[in-house]
Write a protein that binds this ligand. Structure first.
Ligand code: 3Y8
Ligand code: NAP
Length: 247
């Protein structure tokens, strides 16, 4: 058995711990989005594969018997490529994915279908917007330059930001409600924008918004193909009962 673990989430790190403890030959894969990704207890590879064809070639060259896609629910491109390449390689694939967040009593959420719909959900009158969606899609918000955007990023921007009024907060999760309440008060946040990532490491901003009675604009996840499980034990069970490719 030789597993490729597509990582980049808290669940992927938990999966890596379990696989390293059981001695199953596994390669942990990062996209290389950050300067210094969290080390893993497994051999790591960093960088894209080169689309579906590149991933297919990798599966064959590395004789991968199983693929676990533990990427983020918004890493749709990687997940779709994994489904296509594993189908061609006849390699068993499972997605490890946590449940989405659900609004609770006291929450003031506006749900939108996708990140690009978040801009229209913002008011026209100037606001102080906590953009907790990373840096890949902040260009969308140049359509509403009247707001002051507080951006939480992992690495400092390597180019000028496409927004006229910004404050950058450098931090890597997991986050705490206490920390996010303090940060939102310090920056006088009026709106919180989030992707429905689910999980525990980034829900602090939602707890903080609830405490501070702030509105949240929540982007729904992109639809993803293929079977998914929501915990490490279930994936270990799947591994034990999935015939490797070509059998
Ligand atoms: C490179 C690996 C672990 C995994 C930790 C999780 C939790 C902390 C919360 C906020 C939201 C955001 C962002 C976020 C969280 C975990 C998890 C998660 C959100 C690292 C990591 C990589 C990335 C990539 C990065 C994206 C960005 C998104 C920041 C490592 C730390 C906003 C997603 O600068 C960039 O280009 C960053 C890009 C993709 C989204 C975006 O579009 O910008 N994650 N995040 C992975 C790789 O190279 O393959 O550097 O160590 C992983 C984690 N980020 O093992 O403990 O499980 O979700 N990551 C979101 O949820 O909206 C922050 O600030 O409240
Ligand atoms: P994406 O848009 O779905 O993928 C874009 C391309 O990045 C993929 O086609 C692939 O390149 C490469 N890639 C993505 N994940 C990879 C991985 N684990 N290993 C190797 N290559 C990978 O991905 P994304 O949303 O930018 O996310 C990138 C990474 O950050 C993922 O590991 C994800 O788990 C993590 N992350 C993302 C978010 C988020 O909000 N999107 C949040 C937390 C963590 P090729 O086509 O060249 O193979």
């Amino acid at each position: 058995m030789r597993v490729l673990l597509l990582g980049g989430t808290t669940e992927a790190s938990a999966m890596a711990q379990r696989l390293s403890q059981t001695g199953i030959a596994t390669i942990f894969s990062y996209a290389g989005r950050t300067l210094a990704p969290v080390p893993q207890p497994l051999p790591m590879r960093v960088g894209g594969f080169g689309g579906v064809a590149g991933l297919l070639a990798y599966l064959n060259a590395e004789a991968i018997s199983h693929v676990i896609d533990a990427t983020h629910p918004f890493a749709a491109g990687m997940s779709r490529n994994a489904v296509a390449a594993c189908a061609q390689a006849d390699t068993p694939l499972i997605r490890l994915e946590r449940a989405p967040w659900v609004a609770q009593a006291g929450d003031n959420w506006t749900m939108v279908d996708r990140v690009s719909d978040m801009v229209d959900a913002l008011p026209d009158s100037p606001a102080r917007v906590f953009l907790a969606i990373g840096k890949q899609q902040i260009g969308l918000f140049s359509a509403k330059p009247q707001h002051h955007y507080i951006l939480r990023l992992i690495d400092a921007p390597d180019a000028p930001l496409p927004l006229p009024q910004t404050t950058v907060v450098l931090a890597r999760g997991p986050f705490t409600a206490q920390g996010d309440i303090a940060m939102m008060c310090q920056h006088q946040i009026t709106h919180v924008l989030a992707k429905n990532a689910g999980g525990t490491a980034a829900q602090a901003k939602l707890e903080a918004a609830r405490t501070l009675h702030l509105p949240v604009i929540m982007a729904a996840r992109p639809p993803l193909p293929g079977p998914a499980l929501d915990n490490v034990d279930a994936v270990m069970n799947w591994l034990g009962h999935s015939a490797p490719r070509g059998v």
